[in-house]
Design a protein around this ligand. Sequence first.
Ligand SMILES: [Zn+2]
Length: 115
Amino acid sequence: MALDAWGLPGFLYMYHFRHRLGGTGRNGAEHYVGFVLGNDPQAVIDRQKAHKIGSGAKIMKAAFDQGCDPVLCRVWVGTRNDERRFKRSGHFDRACPVCKNGGDTLPLLVGSTQP
Ligand SMILES: [Zn+2]
């Protein structure tokens, strides 16, 4: 049986941008959701460091470079399939604790359930 890498467990994490990146509508972004493989939470911390120094996703580099003030707001257990499904849903604001709190930052939300 072939191993489905998209089904391997890891962590999904969400950033909320305090200032919108890019234009309005579909051309802009207020959130970023990423994935790290494995069951060691240190991988999440390492990925955040990579984003901050610009060696992660290009959108995160742009967000830091353009002063969007990204805030890591949520971490949960999932797979790449979950990441893909979540991104396709397009409802980042519904899962974002910062948006749900009127833009005020809350302590990082960490959990094992899908948003
Ligand atoms: Zn948000």
